[in-house]
Design a protein around this ligand. Structure first.
Ligand code: ATP
Ligand code: MG
Length: 405
């Protein structure tokens, strides 16, 4: 079937009353951004639907791109034809035949915007329904729960026919939920947490800590590559890399071993919260889940969270690892996440970190280091890269990469 337009049905935003206009505008912008490379495509964001006219661009590719955009409930690949009854009948029949499987039921669902069209919605439903019944062997009508719903819209500029329904990504358009930062490691969890934050409409800036020479250029590029995969769901992402070597070396030298990890995490969050504030963002997201590792007990969160009043948001907090992995496979970050490049935390993690760090002791041990100076130098050393969807950062010829993907 050669589609001419993709009709987009809005998701949750239709229930958001007064914000509706902003949501539709933002979704229009996001859709245009994601379809940027399809030069002939035209996007019209209207009150009830968003219309993507293909003008000859490839329907499968456009649909694949649209499926990553939050705020879209369903996509209806549509054919635009003349407002002529015989032509409409022919295309409706073709669609019914294309979707038909033995025993299938159908329904014709007509909407008429052009009130001057010769037939009203009831007449059209009856005429077209009868025509399909006559011409498709074994097909039956079911108006309540049809297997095939054939939508016919009579608009001013033509008749629009669709029968296929493709699920969209759901959620809210990115940009309608404010701005926040994400603490992105190279692991499995934080990319999934990023995806879930974006799904609720939040525009994300990435913060990544790296520790050369203990961590390699590849580890840094892996975090950038993950960001480029996630940019598919939100448009360009600002990637902020924070040098963490001096902080880690100092902590290692000055702090008792049982508290190395807690103090490191406190410093990470302090720096992340300060960057977040400077960028006028309203919260810090992390990929933490309760009980996963030593730093992810409630006591540990209390000791770490102590350094800031900025909201720290943990979309994965109560999820099982299995479910997190499932999402990471769906969103195509899993294969990257499992590449074995060392992370700055693993290198400095003591063999047995305290799973129940004491808040007062954490505060005390932190006094052994120059918190303000270390923070300032780390923040002065940040580098920001604007990362586009699909941009390449890892050399795919590398043996290790080739083996794993
Ligand atoms: P992940 O799979 O996201 O790496 P994890 O299960 O390995 O998580 P930790 O290593 O304890 O758990 O990290 C917990 C959270 O701390 C991460 O999800 C991330 O939000 C943040 N984090 C860890 N390392 C870094 C880093 N190098 N840069 C930025 N944030 C980090
Ligand atoms: Mg990790």
């Amino acid at each position: 079937m050669h589609y001419t337009e993709i009709m987009v049905r809005y998701g949750e935003l239709s229930t958001k009353g007064k914000n509706r206009k902003d949501f539709i505008k933002q979704l229009g912008r996001n859709v245009r951004a994601v379809l940027h490379r399809f030069e002939k495509v035209e996007v019209k964001a209207q009150r009830d639907r968003l219309h993507v006219a293909l003008n000859g661009e490839d329907d499968d590719q456009v649909i694949a791109a649209l499926q990553g955009v939050f705020g879209i409930e369903n996509l209806y690949p549509t054919i635009r034809i003349e407002k002529d009854l015989e032509t409409i009948k022919r295309v409706v029949l073709q669609m019914a035949q294309a979707q038909f499987t033995p025993g299938a039921t159908f329904k014709i669902n007509t909407r008429r915007q052009d009130k001057h069209f010769a037939y009203d919605t009831n007449q059209l439903n009856n005429l077209l329904g009868a025509y399909v019944l006559e011409n498709v062997d074994g097909i039956k009508v079911d108006v309540k729960h049809p297997d095939i719903a054939i939508r016919v819209e009579i608009r001013m500029n033509g008749a629009f026919i669709s029968a296929e329904t493709i699920h969209g990504a759901g959620g809210l358009p990115v940009g309608t939920g404010g701005r926040a930062t994400m603490m992105l490691s190279g692991g499995i969890d934080s990319p999934v947490a990023t995806y879930l934050a974006m799904k609720r409409g939040v525009k994300i800036d990435m913060i990544h800590f790296y520790s050369p020479p203990y961590t390699s250029e590849q580890a840094l590029n892996k975090a950038k590559q993950l960001t480029s995969v996630l940019a598919k769901y939100s448009g360009n992402i600002q990637f902020i890399q924070v040098p963490f070597t001096e902080v880690q070396e100092t902590i290692k030298e000055k702090v008792p071993e049982g508290y190395l990890m807690t103090i490191q995490r406190r410093m990470m969050l302090r720096i992340a919260a300060e960057i977040t504030k400077q960028r006028h963002c309203s919260g810090v997201f992390t990929g933490e889940a309760l009980g996963q590792v030593a730093s992810q007990t409630l006591e540990s969160m209390l000791a770490i969270n102590d350094v800031t009043t900025m909201p720290v948001l943990r979309p994965l907090v109560s999820m099982d690892k299995e479910d997190i992995i499932k999402i990471s496979k769906q969103i195509k970050t899993f294969d990257l996440s499992i590449l074995p490049f060392e992370d700055c935390c693993t290198i400095f993690t003591p063999p047995s970190p305290k799973t129940r760090p004491d808040l007062e002791k954490s505060r005390k041990f932190e006094n052994y280091i120059d918190v303000a100076g270390l923070m300032k130098r780390a923040i002065d050393g940040i580098k920001i890269t604007d990362i586009k969807a699909g941009e390449e950062f890892l050399n795919q010829d590398q043996d290790v990469f080739a083996e794993l993907l």
